[in-house]
Design a protein around this ligand. Structure first.
Ligand SMILES: *Cc1c(COP(=O)(O)O)cnc(C)c1O
Length: 428
């Protein structure tokens, strides 16, 4: 039962498996880590990464910076600053400039989704789809390890203008009382499971109070199930956490742990299976979702095994996301057409109980767009698309079409195939 200890840009030279790296290699790692947040821990370095084939290792790519993640000119500038031992403020200023060019808040998250209910925006809330409110508790804006492709990376770079967070659970509860149409609350981050149980309880328990019976499902978005499964098993307050989950379930609500699993290997250590078993024993459900990432999980067999291994543990396959248009997207993106092939090949090998998976799905500004497939009609190649969520509920569930483009990687690169489908492409 190891105690948690993080490796970051500051102490990455202490990672034993990096001992053989050249000074130049380490300098490049540090240069990328100065811009894109880097953090890992011993469960990942010792249990998940295969260091014998680290060049191609999916978990290594998921966690460790690579020089290709930055534009070559930015990488050169950053490397030079570090090599010259430039003052910390100079390095930080350069990092800020580079970040602002990396589209830190895709989909208009800061401007379009934060509700105001009167005169000022409500900190830490996002309300994009009628039924579901997202809450970002201040102390949960951290993770046990960072994924290099994270679409919420701006939460971790210490720049308050780029960050969403709320410290007052009463702001959330007040909003929910005024909005009885909201049935689902998603506690997210960051990762709420970095909070000690006692702190998490401060955000969860007010939701169980009289007057909030309209909230039927509480979801917790987390990668701790794979990056630090001990959180649910042997951490000092792991048992207390299970009791907290039981109280949520006993209130008559559904508790859903939205588990971010990128690769079946994350479920291989015994402690990862035990984490799922303990969560489910509280009456909570576990759903698996992740983005499709080049070099990490961009093949059908990986998804088939991920869903199959999950199902054996009672984990329900949920979204396969398309990597968002932020951060080092060029390094990670997979064309939509390829994404659909991967999804289809994996999905078609599941029994119906595994076909709960939906994907590939783009979380775009107007809503979540599902790529239903590539098809031919009227002598043309088309993408068949469908909103599975939309800011404008009138768009949900209706098929529409875009011109086929084998290279397209995001919704804004698609054009309506038919004039009458233009309404689906307008930002809401
Ligand atoms: C994905 C998402 C949700 C949840 O959508 P479901 O389809 O209910 O899982 C809610 N809000 C935002 C902003 C989202 O991106």
């Amino acid at each position: 039962m190891p105690a948690f200890r993080a490796y970051t840009a500051r102490n990455l030279h202490e990672i034993p498996q990096l001992a053989g790296r050249s000074a130049d290699d380490l300098l490049q790692l540090r240069a990328v880590a100065a811009v894109l947040p880097f953090r890992t821990n011993r469960h990942i370095t010792d249990e998940l990464i295969d260091w014998d084939d680290v060049e191609h290792d999916p978990i290594y790519r998921l966690i460790f910076p690579a020089p290709e993640m930055l534009d070559p000119a930015d990488l050169a500038t950053m490397t030079k600053l570090l090599r010259d031992d430039a003052p910390a403020e100079r390095v930080a200023a350069e990092a800020r400039d580079i970040r602002r060019r990396l589209n830190p808040h895709p989909g208009g998250q800061l401007s379009l989704n934060v509700p105001d209910d009167g005169d000022r925006p409500l900190d830490g809330l996002q309300h994009k789809y009628a039924e579901t409110v997202l809450f970002f508790p201040g102390p949960g804006q951290m993770c046990h390890a960072f994924c290099t492709y994270c679409f919420r990376w701006a939460q971790f770079v210490g720049d308050p203008d780029l960050r969403m967070a709320g410290n007052d659970p009463e702001v959330l509860c007040g909003y929910l009382r005024r909005h009885p149409e909201v049935t689902d609350v998603l506690i997210t981050g960051g990762d709420p499971m970095v909070m000690r149980t006692e702190v998490l309880a401060r955000y969860l328990e007010p939701l169980l109070a009289a007057g909030l019976e309209t909230v039927r499902t509480i979801r917790i978005g987390t990668k701790a199930v794979s990056h630090w499964p001990y959180r649910f098993v042997t951490d000092p307050d792991a048992d207390e956490l299970c009791r907290l989950f039981e109280r949520v379930v006993a209130s008559g609500r559904q508790l859903a742990v939205m588990a971010h699993y990128s690769h079946p290997r994350e479920l291989a250590p015994a402690v990862a299976g035990e984490a799922v078993r303990r969560i489910r024993a509280t009456g909570a459900s576990v759903y698996a979702q992740a983005p499709l990432i080049r070099g990490v999980n961009d093949d059908p067999e990986t998804w088939r095994r991920l869903w199959r291994t999950g199902l054996d543990l009672g984990v329900v396959p949920y979204y396969m996301f398309v990597e968002r248009d932020t951060g080092p997207r060029n390094y990670f993106e997979v064309p939509l057409a390829r994404g659909w092939q991967i999804f289809r090949e994996a999905w078609s090998q599941m029994s119906g109980l595994g076909r709960t998976a939906k994907g590939p799905v783009m979380s775009a500004t107007p809503g979540k767009v599902l790529v239903d497939g590539v098809t031919e009609a009227a002598g043309r190649r088309l993408f068949a698309l469908r909103y599975v969520q939309a800011r404008d509920p009138a768009l949900v569930g209706r098929p529409f079409f875009a011109d086929y483009d084998p290279e397209a990687t995001w919704f804004d690169q698609l054009t309506p195939a038919f004039g009458e489908h233009r309404e689906f492409f307008r930002p809401a």
